[in-house]
Design a protein around this ligand. Structure first.
Ligand code: 9G3
Length: 566
């Protein structure tokens, strides 16, 4: 590609609203341009990188036995009504009307479409298992699109759907997809972890997220420093053997704690350790009041509360909810003496508190010497807190550390959630009609490009891994007006282009500008044709190294073959 005709406008500075490196560099290197909030165009350079990622995904999907297809982005509302999801999603689901005023969704995902398609054409166990995938634009009207294409409202996703006759079959399909994902992200040069995750609204049990380690990741991974354990902190289980102190139980007393509402203030005012405080949080769980107790140094994990209570909606109670269900005692709420209409659940650690402290359900008052099994009854104890750094790893090996991650992939064991609601059935070997057992598997293709840049850049710009670089070689003549340089550069361009993707900087720009742009755009190999062109000598520099090599063009072939491990 000749750069003089190529649309790759580079910028010296990134716009101030570009907060993260990948967003800044994708704008500055001329990969993307914003069309509207959270909506981007891919310029030719960006599209080339996107296609390289897409093709790695396609190769691994095909190798796993999945079949590529393409579904529509416009989805009939009736399909979403059959699955019950039309009313489950709010403004995030983009909806349109056609000329006859019929309602459609702009597809954020395709479980409904694929289940409807397969149910109509597959009805015998002999046709299963089958995994279908597509690489297609998705629409999700994010409330706060940010970080460029890391969280955009229109993005490219590979979504795959597996269909099996039973759960054993699903386990096989899931594992194949899991392995294919590992290959994809390894080939893309990413440092990633597959972490146990929360299936969220998707239901189903097993699910893993593929996380690219990055400080700007929006997800937090809890991982063991001594084993392969890794889980999204939303669901990371806590396995701690708490100890109960053997001090004798003191008599329950009420203490004045004027204006002391926070754990910090109460702990300081009473001189009590946070581990000895009971934090009481009112939640509205499917619109019912539930008081959740955790130790003062822990945090309530609302996802765990949802799973333990098998609920669909869990919201922190407002002050109004507290007033209505407990009393006008916000900041002094506790489990002792509240109406038995309010269910009480507690994290396991609370059970081991001796002579602790909790709100007295009276303004400016706390109870001291609280002993759970004596002072408040009818409590279910469960794992309800967020795991913390320093906790023992749930697998018993090592300690938990936190790392931020960018979710680039998510695999789900859906089970029969969609095949039941949408009658996706098949006839088994006994002619009995049974729901197909499904899995769904997503990769954020455009997000993966940004994640690669987050992990592969330096102070000069992008440093593309060879496998996904838009071009393998950046060919730069220092002075296009100098005949010998121009001729040698054009000859090299003609030859190298047969084997490699070559970006030829034939612009009439000063060398400094060309080198700065080359570093910004980040191709793996830079070949400079300069003053020794008359000797047939060129300079070769790897984007990952400082050193520059001078060698005769006849030696180029071997060097490129060895260095561009394609
Ligand atoms: C919606 C909207 C947003 C959504 C969904 C539905 C996320 C939704 C989860 C999935 C599950 C899997 C197939 C590929 C892998 C992920 N955000 N999810 O279902 F209507 Cl507005 O998409 N789908």
């Amino acid at each position: 590609m000749k750069q003089s005709t190529f649309l790759s406008p580079t910028l010296r500075e990134a716009p101030s609203d570009a907060e993260v490196k990948s967003h800044q560099l994708m704008l500055r290197a001329g990969l993307i341009r914003q069309s509207s909030a959270g909506v981007y165009s891919f310029l030719p350079l960006g599209l080339k990188a996107l296609k390289k990622v897409e093709n790695i995904i396609r190769e691994e999907m095909d190798k796993s036995g999945a079949q590529e297809m393409l579904m529509p982005a416009i989805q009939n509302a009736e399909l979403w009504q059959q699955s019950g999801r039309w009313d489950m999603y709010g403004p995030e689901l983009m909806r349109v009307k056609d000329r006859h005023q019929r309602e459609f969704a702009l597809g954020p995902t395709h479980e409904e479409v694929i289940t409807a398609l397969v149910r109509d054409d597959i009805n015998s166990y002999k046709r299963l298992p089958m995994t279908l995938y597509q690489i297609q634009t998705k629409f999700r009207d994010e409330r706060r699109p940010r970080f460029g294409i890391l969280r955009s409202r229109e993005f490219l996703m590979k979504d795959a759907y597996s269909f099996d006759t039973d759960f054993d079959g699903l386990d096989v399909s899931y594992q194949k997809m899991y392995d294919a994902y590992s290959n994809v992200f390894t080939r893309c040069g990413l440092d990633f972890r597959a972490v146990v995750a929360d299936s969220g609204a998707m239901g189903g049990k097993d699910t893993h997220e593929f996380m690219v380690l990055s400080d700007i990741g929006e997800d937090t991974i809890a991982y063991s420093d001594e084993s392969s354990f890794a889980a999204n902190i939303e669901i990371a289980p806590v396995h701690v053997n708490y100890e109960k102190s053997n001090e004798s139980l003191e008599e329950l007393v009420t203490k004045d704690t004027p204006g002391k509402k926070s754990i910090e203030d109460v702990s300081t005012f009473l001189g009590a350790d946070k581990e000895n405080l009971i934090k009481s949080m009112l939640f509205m769980v499917d619109d019912e009041p539930v008081l959740v107790l955790v130790r003062g140094d822990h945090e309530v994990n609302d996802i765990k509360v949802k799973h333990v209570l098998d609920a669909t909606k869990v919201d922190l109670g407002t002050d109004g909810d507290v007033k209505e269900h407990i009393g006008d005692v916000v900041g002094f709420v506790g489990p002792i003496g509240i109406s038995d209409k309010v269910k009480i659940i507690a994290d396991r650690a609370v059970e081991y508190i001796v002579n602790g402290v909790c709100g007295a359900n009276e303004v400016d008052k706390h109870y001291c010497n609280v002993n759970p099994e004596r002072d408040f009854s009818d409590v279910n104890y469960d794992d309800l807190r967020f795991i913390q750094e320093g906790d023992p790893s749930p697998d018993g090996k090592g300690m938990i550390q936190f790392k931020e991650g960018i979710e680039v992939g998510h695999v789900f064991k859906l089970g029969t959630r969609y095949s039941e609601s949408m009658k996706g059935t098949f006839l088994d070997e006994n002619g009995k009609s049974r729901p197909m057992v499904m899995g769904s598997y997503g990769i954020g293709v455009s997000r993966t490009v940004a994640a690669i840049i987050e992990q592969h850049h330096d102070e000069h710009g992008i440093v593309w891994p060879h496998s996904v670089a838009p071009f393998h070689i950046h060919l730069i003549p220092v002075n296009m007006k100098q005949e010998q340089q121009k001729n040698l550069a054009e000859k090299l361009y003609g030859e190298l282009n047969k084997t490699y993707d070559v970006l030829f900087d034939d612009r009439p720009e000063r060398p400094g500008v060309k080198f700065k742009d080359a570093d910004l755009m980040g191709m793996p190999i830079r070949i400079t044709v300069g003053k020794r062109a008359d000797e047939g000598i060129v300079e070769v520099k790897l984007r990952t190294e400082e050193e520059k090599m001078e060698l005769h063009v006849d030696e180029l072939g071997d060097l490129l073959k060895s260095r561009l491990n394609l």
